[in-house]
Design a protein around this ligand. Structure first.
Ligand code: HEC
Ligand code: HEC
Length: 275
């Protein structure tokens, strides 16, 4: 055995084969850890060492990227699941008095006849957060801004308690199936079904009750989230959804939640009557 090894070591092929293997290994490492990462146009490395670390799965770049700051007012409200639950009768009563100045547009019992959003039965956290956002300018509305300027934090809690306590708009869902975008979202565009956040049983804190809201109001809000004109949603939750929606989907979802029939209105109405 020893003699065989000695013969192998002495052979002139031995250094050549070791050399070729080593050269291939080094070339492979260079290609895998340096050439290919540097050739990736989506990545911008500061140095060859960064490229090597990235190829090895250690992300070093991120920490050095400048953090993008919003250059507009963002919401200052933090929401927790049990926030504003269990309002006292006193708070609801105070809210009812304060709400007298809201009835002109939001209706006597929080149900508006016009295209103003219904407030009756809305989650208290939604009312509270939206009022705060109107006040800080995180949600821009020329109509609402002057009305909330003099409301204190307690006033907003009381108004939220009062409107949450009022009965919702009577169920006005159309008999038909919800449109695709509402029922199952659009997984390829990372859009969860609307009910995942706005659902009857499970709702994300701050995601509004949508059923029975006026069609024009819903559609405008979705368009505004999509364009970025409305940007008070925490973590861009709703902007990310709306940006990925098509015009037809925005229309269909708004019609569905407003309790109107069919995805395209009168046409769909007409065709559904033929059955
Ligand atoms: C002059 C009409 C008018 C009056 C008065 C008014 N609102 Fe509004 N309110 C609106 C309009 C219009 C909107 C929708 C704003 C938008 O499109 O962004 C709105 C939106 C809201 C929203 C957001 C609802 C949601 O679902 O996001 C809340 C909450 C609200 N109003 C509460 C109040 C309260 C409380 C008062 C009384 C202090 C009040 N409003 C008085 C017109 C009015
Ligand atoms: C990831 C959770 C999430 C999903 C999925 C989602 N939403 Fe929202 N949505 C929110 C949140 C949170 C808000 C409240 C934003 C804020 O703070 O003002 C909101 C607000 C809205 C509003 C404004 C309501 C109002 O009165 O102010 C509309 C309209 C709306 N969503 C429609 C939809 C529709 C339609 C879908 C499905 C295509 C959908 N959302 C899917 C989280 C979600």
């Amino acid at each position: 055995m020893n003699r065989e090894w000695a013969a192998i070591l002495r052979s002139k092929w031995f250094p050549a084969s070791v050399g070729i293997t080593a050269a291939l290994a080094i070339a492979g490492l260079l290609v895998g850890f340096v050439v290919l990462p540097l050739a990736d146009r989506n990545e911008q490395f500061h140095s060859v060492w960064d490229a090597i670390c990235s190829a090895a799965g250690l992300i070093q770049n991120a920490a050095r990227e400048p953090v993008v700051q919003a250059n507009y007012p963002t919401t200052r409200v933090e929401l927790t699941p049990r926030m504003l639950r269990g309002a006292s009768a006193e708070s609801i009563g105070r809210g009812a008095t304060l709400a007298l100045r809201c009835t002109m547009c939001h209706g006597a019992r929080g149900l508006s006849e016009a295209n103003t959003p219904n407030l009756a039965g809305q989650y208290a956290v939604v009312i509270y957060k939206q009022l705060m956002d109107f006040k800080t300018g995180a949600r821009v509305s020329a109509v609402m801004a002057p009305l909330v300027g003099d409301l204190s934090d307690q006033d907003m809690r009381d108004l939220a308690a009062y409107y949450a306590y009022l009965p919702r708009v009577p169920a006005s869902r159309p008999a038909g199936e919800p449109p695709q975008i509402v029922a199952s979202g659009a997984p390829l565009r990372s859009i969860a079904p609307c009910g995942a956040c706005h659902g009857e049983l499970a709702s994300k804190p701050g995601a509004a009750w949508l059923e029975g809201q006026p069609f024009d109001y819903l559609r405008t809000q979705l368009q505004d989230f999509a364009s970025g004109a409305r940007r008070n949603d925490i973590g861009e939750q709703m902007r990310n959804v709306a940006r990925g929606m098509t015009v037809a989907e925005i229309d269909a979802a708004s019609r569905f939640y407003a309790g109107l029939r069919g995805p395209t209105g009168s046409q769909a109405d007409a065709s559904s009557k033929q059955h």
